[in-house]
Design a protein around this ligand. Structure first.
Ligand SMILES: [Zn+2]
Length: 340
């Protein structure tokens, strides 16, 4: 069988200058990932540098005052934004490249197909239109999705968020949109407390938010079942032109910030499922790093994800059991859900 495109790995040195001190979301995360990738010759991926994002592109999902406030805080040398979220002198540049890398990923994927991984920080999925929070300054993936819609006319974009925390920012930004289907698997209860199963979007976006909260202790069967038996069937029916993954690795069993039980193989199986989905739909796959705080687990899980996106091994088939409960609870409220 032919292998798929080797993929694009997007990085930038400024990601290491977003200095958060002793915070779990720190530059050692990327050092761990890049060491693991470098030892494996970057899996043959094309390594490219993220450009800065243009301000107009940020303004598609963020208010001007929010963008200005990050620039000003960083310009003053940084400081705390909230109890979880910090900026340093290097954060403004890092944030511009983190969003810019995701936008470049869209540009490249819509030309060449295949998949791209943004190994950049700060992460993005908690950032709301007018608010940095949860270690996130700008919502990188939301900026990239908005760019795909506005500049390239992609009218259906799937975002699967497998970070263990709910991506409140991404959900809120696209809550009224029928062009972005946001699906999140997240531990509940857990920060930030959003992501109830009954929150399904509003207005034109009704049915285009698919929240799949799972209890503490959930493991590979639960996550993979929801990807294979809820998210993938919805996507096959809806046929997105771009598949995005908000890829946090804090549902790993070693992660200190949550209580789920994934391992590297689970991330490979979820990624392989999304690869097959993208391949069947003719849709490229954009992956943006979000959380993940156990360094060795993070690095191994990113490698497993990228290996699965590049090869053609079949992912394990998860039991339908865990997904069946969600489907029966939700028949009718997700309008694009296949056979209910
Ligand atoms: Zn997270």
């Amino acid at each position: 069988m032919h292998h798929l495109a080797a993929g694009i790995y997007i990085r930038h040195p400024s990601s290491f200058e977003h200095d958060t001190g002793g915070h779990p979301e720190n530059a050692r995360r990327l050092t761990a990932i890049e060491e693991a990738m470098s030892e494996r010759d970057w899996l043959g991926m094309e390594l490219i540098e993220a450009p800065t994002v243009e301000r107009e592109l940020l303004h598609r999902v963020h208010g001007a005052r929010h963008v200005d406030s990050i620039e000003e805080l960083s310009g003053r040398g940084g400081g705390m934004i909230d109890l979880d979220t910090v900026a340093s002198a290097g954060s403004w540049e890092a944030a511009l490249h983190s969003a810019g890398g995701a936008v470049m990923g869209v540009e490249r994927l819509l030309t060449d197909g295949g998949f791209a991984f943004c190994g950049l920080r700060p992460p993005g999925h908690h950032a709301e239109r007018d608010r940095a929070m949860g270690f996130c300054l700008f919502n990188n993936l939301a900026v990239a999705a908005a760019h795909a819609i506005e500049a390239h006319g992609v009218d259906r974009i799937l975002i699967l968020d497998w970070d263990v925390h709910h991506g409140n920012g991404t959900e809120a930004i696209f809550y009224d949109s029928a062009q972005v289907l946001y699906a999140s698997i997240h531990q509940s209860p857990l920060y930030p407390g959003t992501g109830a199963i009954g929150d399904t979007g509003s207005g034109e976006g009704e049915g285009f938010t698919v929240n799949l909260p799972v209890p503490p202790g959930s493991g590979p069967d639960e996550f993979l079942s929801l990807v294979q038996h809820v998210v993938a069937p919805i996507a096959r029916e809806w046929r997105p032109g771009l598949v995005c993954i908000s890829a946090g690795y804090d549902a790993h069993r070693d992660d200190p910030l949550a209580n789920c039980e994934l391992d590297e193989a689970a991330y490979a199986d979820m990624a392989g499922t999304m690869r097959n989905l993208g391949s069947d739909l003719g849709a490229p796959v954009l992956v943006c790093l979000e959380g993940g705080y156990a360094l060795a687990a993070l690095a191994a899980s990113v490698v497993a994800t990228l290996e699965a996106l590049a090869d053609d091994r079949r992912p394990r088939s998860a039991p339908e059991g865990p997904a069946a409960a969600y489907r029966s609870e939700h028949t009718g409220s997700w309008p694009v859900l296949g056979d209910g």
